[in-house]
Write a new protein. Structure first.
Length: 246
């Protein structure tokens, strides 16, 4: 039965390039590159845009410049208005979104009607200490950031075993995939060292994904880096190759 489930999961996993806003304020260039490379299906990360007005501008630019597209997965913010989610669902066919743990980032507006499509990421406190049942209560399940997971494994931090246990108990609705570097970097905000990066320098920085495939993958596997769309296309092909998804 476990093998059958794994085979079903393999068939359903989609590696998605992403329109990100992290470390890349020029999201308009990314939209232009999506148009240039005729990409009609991708993930969306509007989470680093603080202004609702600018996020709405992003959504409208996608519609204007790209026409009909499919954005099945998005990384949203806890301060997003229901109208923003309605727009994504109606215009982009969005089926799953993720939030950081709401204990640390409380939801500002009433998003109760969307909870069956919201997955909680192992981010912030949960990066190092691990997600809890309280973090996931009332939500659809886990959005597993595999680069976060691999980083705490390399540091031998408690969040690794805890998040593995959570991932085996709850539904994994989506995953994030960033790069894993050889060198550690200190994150003063959370007072720990990490190997994960939101910028890919070498395709081999994605090789760690083989450790987690297929057991900890999900229907939507979103690349989360500040690299260009052209770089992400190369990453997508590389990941599909090393995981034998071709």
């Amino acid at each position: 039965m476990a093998r059958l489930f794994a085979l079903i999961l393999i068939m359903k996993t989609k590696i998605l390039v992403s329109l990100t806003t992290l470390n890349n304020p020029d999201w308009r260039k990314n939209v232009g590159d999506l148009k240039k490379f005729e990409i009609k299906e991708f993930a969306l990360f509007p989470n680093c845009i603080n202004s609702q007005e600018e996020r709405e501008e992003l959504f409208k630019t996608i519609v204007k410049e790209l026409g009909p597209v499919s954005i099945p997965f998005a990384h949203i913010r806890s301060d997003m208005h229901p109208n923003e989610l309605d727009f994504m669902i109606r215009n982009f066919g969005t089926k799953a979104v993720n939030l950081h743990p709401t204990i640390d980032w409380p939801i500002i507006h009433d998003l109760d009607k969307y909870k069956n499509m919201i997955y909680i990421e192992n981010a912030g406190r949960a990066f190092v200490q691990g997600l809890t049942a309280e973090d996931l209560e009332g939500f659809a399940g886990v959005c597993l950031d595999l680069s976060h997971l691999e980083s705490v494994r390399l540091q031998n931090l408690p969040g690794y075993e805890i998040n593995i246990g959570i991932a085996e108990k709850y539904k994994i609705g989506a995953i994030h995939m960033s790069a894993i570097a050889d060198a550690k970097m200190f994150i003063p905000e959370y007072d720990f060292w990490t190997n994960d990066r939101h910028y890919m320098d070498d395709l081999k920085q994605m090789d760690y994904l083989k450790r987690y495939y297929p057991k900890y993958f999900a229907p939507y596997a979103a690349i989360e880096v500040g690299n260009s769309i052209e770089d992400q296309i190369k990453m997508k092909k590389y990941i599909e190759n090393i995981l034998h998804l071709n």
